[in-house]
Design a protein around this ligand. Sequence first.
Ligand code: FES
Length: 296
Amino acid sequence: MLSASANRIVTKIFSPVENATALDPLISTLQKAVRALVPPGEVRDVLHGVPAAHPVHPVLVQIPLGSWTSAAILDLVPGTESASRRLICVGVLAAAPAALTGATDWSELHEQQMRTGVVHWAANLVAVSLYAASYVQRRRGRDGSGKVLSYLGLAVASAGGFIGGHLAYHQAAGVNHAEEVPHIVPSGWNSIGTLEDFAEGRVTRSAVGDVPILVFRDGERLSVLSDRCSHLSGPLSEGDLVTDADGSACIRCPWHGSTFSLADGSVRRGPAIAPQPALQARQGDGRVEVMLPGAD
Ligand code: FES
């Protein structure tokens, strides 16, 4: 009962944002600016968190939020003005890399997610501005107004965090969209057809149980991956076959360009940070069978 009311409230708050098409021209401009600032390549992958196999943005936001929360506590303790001022400065400076990583992730989302994301941006921009003004006031010796500004900043940053939480947990931005695959692929070896069902040198869409998969045939060898991209569930089997710098065959997602090794599903290019589940394949009695490693 309580959760039904809470759900209604959350829907009432966020539905207008998710459906606010009036934001789209601004989003388009910002998206182009972010893509121009951080074009596809290694730097962009680092900002997404591809080398770490973990998103960078949630880690970096802890520095400004931690600094500002600590300053809010110190502001209640007499004689700690200097320490509080320094923490606010650290938070304002640390907001820049946090914003850059967030903007990079944001620029490769669905439109409803981008609308929520742009409101998250705006709230955080206001929070940083309030903290910057607070710092200036404190430097001028006006600690009273500096404290008021920073408490306002904390309130707005908390609202920004709430919106970011909705983006991540309700709208599933930044989560691994292939996580459920190992839990729903039927265990053991599963027949998916005969070798002739899979055209040579091509990617073919198939399924194991309810899970869509892609099959790439190279002679007698078959590479099999889960078909829904770990970034945002794009149909990998509709993507392009490409060759990575080390010569390995890869598939590039048609939606945002994430690139995965066909051999093992590892991420070769973001924005995806989680690998595609790869299945083992074998042939026997004219049939092709697949199995998740370790699921026998
Ligand atoms: S869905 Fe975004 S890269 Fe595949």
